[in-house]
Design a protein around this ligand. Structure first.
Ligand code: GLU
Length: 496
């Protein structure tokens, strides 16, 4: 049974690197009919940000990565927030103490700092010097009796080596001399990441750990903890490091990341959403980072990737996030969308930009959007003519912009007047009705009997924009009343 987890710390938002980790776990779970679990690792309360759990869940929901167990949906292995599981970690810290795998350490923060500084000056090993590991039972008892606070540290093996069996990288051998006696339980009785992570993965029956490669350095400690506890460890797969778009330097985990040229790069999933990227495109993009669909196929719905997904095929090499590819993929995805789906996707984006546009109006212009948009946010400029006249920018175009040699002023005026009457009476006001009627008007007013120049002028007359959706769609989207009002003001201008 495959059970995997995404275990973010609630430090504020879903990071693009975290989204990649979540996606790969999710694909793996779905591939094997297993469970994808969301677990919140909030053992570091100082770094915990209010509202962060919601923000992470929103990001996952937007990407469509649904979880089977988690803080909100519950599940048989809950609670899924570590701060609610403190008693369990305490119990296993005690077990490790009782069985000689851990010890109480009374060194104070100041003492540790001093000794670290000295070790640094002497260019020696700066990890904990194991002083309290050497204390006798009597010495420990005396300190405890004196009420001294303590942390619980793991007795890491000092000889030999630990092998991390990693599905993506093969065996990674680490000399045990490099493993420090890590703190498992802090002086306030709360666990560190290491203890909570191991205890939870065991009791939540996690089968595979797919996580960022920065955690490789913690794996030897975790493996030794599993061994001490007598538990089988999950299968490890450390995902490739994610680099900046330029390929130079690792992508920062901070909320604000910069490339090697000092330019800011997007890192929060919510920023990608607000910038008009599609979740389908972002998943597609992330699936291509370190894994490949095969057959050189770059564009695919994530559902099609699931049956092909295998951890063994992930490339361990650090990989850059090619944001230019994301732009391209988003454009491709928009072109593949059904008009209704596109209208639905664009609507909340426009709403965030401050424009409430009706579903009907968006549906009318969706085919035009499809071929035009590179990102959903591009709709704003293209559809500017749809906002209220005061805020959006409809200014009746000057008469000389409408008339031309092929469409003299008088012809323009007559044509627009006829169009006005037709729009006033059209039943229903749809593209088919408008196209038949308006084309005939155009052919009757132009000198050469071709409707083109007239339809161009009409489009400009109702939208006021040099670039906009085609004329019929624009009129339908505007609605009868606004289209008529605009034509009236344009006709008045020509008459002047
Ligand atoms: N809480 C860790 C993180 O924020 C999880 C690491 C792991 O998956 O073991 O990435």
């Amino acid at each position: 049974m495959v059970r995997v987890r995404f275990a973010p710390s609630p430090t504020g938002y879903l990071h693009i690197g975290g989204a990649r980790t979540a996606l790969y776990n999710w694909m793996f779970a779905r591939r094997h009919g297993g469970q994808f679990i969301l677990r919140i690792e909030d053992t570091d309360q100082k770094r915990t940000v209010k509202g962060a759990i919601e923000a992470i869940m929103d990001g996952l929901r937007w990407l469509g990565l649904d979880w089977d167990e988690g803080p909100d949906v519950g599940g048989p292995y809950g609670p899924y927030i570590q701060s609610r599981r403190a008693a369990l970690y305490r119990e296993w810290a005690d077990w490790l103490l009782d069985n000689g795998y851990a010890y109480k350490c009374f060194c104070t923060a100041d003492e540790l700092k001093e000794r670290r500084a000295a070790a640094k000056a002497a260019r020696g090993d700066q990890s904990y010097d194991r002083r309290c590991r050497m204390l006798s039972a009597a010495e420990v008892a005396a300190r405890e009796a004196g009420g001294l606070p303590y942390v619980v540290r793991f007795k890491a093996p000092t000889e030999g080596a630990t092998v991390i069996p990693d599905v993506i990288r093969g065996d990674i051998t680490v000399p045990n001399s490099q493993i420090a006696d890590a703190v498992l339980l802090k002086s306030d009785g709360l666990p560190t990441y290491h203890l909570a992570n191991v205890v939870d993965d065991h009791f939540m029956e996690i089968s595979h750990i797919l996580r960022a490669d920065e955690w490789i350095s913690s794996a030897p400690l975790h493996l030794n903890l599993y061994a001490a506890l007598g538990w089988a460890h999950p299968i490890y797969a450390h995902l490739p490091l994610v680099l900046n778009p330029s390929g130079k330097g690792k992508l920062s985990k901070r909320a604000q990341a910069f490339d090697d040229q000092g330019r800011q790069v997007l890192v929060k999933v919510e920023e990608f959403r607000d910038a008009g990227y599609l979740p389908q495109a972002l998943n597609n993009f992330l699936a291509n980072v370190g894994w490949s669909f095969g057959g050189d196929r770059e564009i695919f719905p994530i559902e099609e990737a699931i049956p092909r997904f295998a951890i063994e095929d992930i490339n361990p090499a650090p990989t850059r996030l090619p944001y230019d590819k994301l732009d391209w993929l988003t454009g491709q995805w928009i072109q593949m969308m059904e008009p209704l789906a596109l209208a639905r996707a664009v609507r909340p984006v426009l709403a965030r930009q401050g424009h409430e546009v009706g579903a009907e109006a968006l549906l009318a212009v969706a085919p035009a959007l499809k071929v035009r948009l590179k990102k959903l946010t591009d709709a704003e400029a293209f559809l500017r003519f749809l906002w209220d006249d005061e805020t959006g920018g409809f200014a009746a175009p000057a008469a000389d912009r409408l008339v031309s040699a092929k469409l003299p002023a008088d012809a323009a005026r007559r044509g627009l007047q006829a169009a006005r009457d037709l729009i006033a009476a059209a039943q229903p006001l749809d593209v088919a009705t408008l196209s038949a009627g308006l084309t005939a008007i155009g052919e009757s007013v132009t000198a050469n009997g071709k409707a083109g120049p007239f339809l161009g002028a009409l489009r400009l007359a109702v939208t006021g924009q040099d670039v906009s959706p085609p004329v019929y769609e624009s009129i339908v989207a505007l609605g009868r009343a606004r289209a008529l009002a605009r034509l009236d003001s344009v006709i008045a201008k020509i008459e002047e």
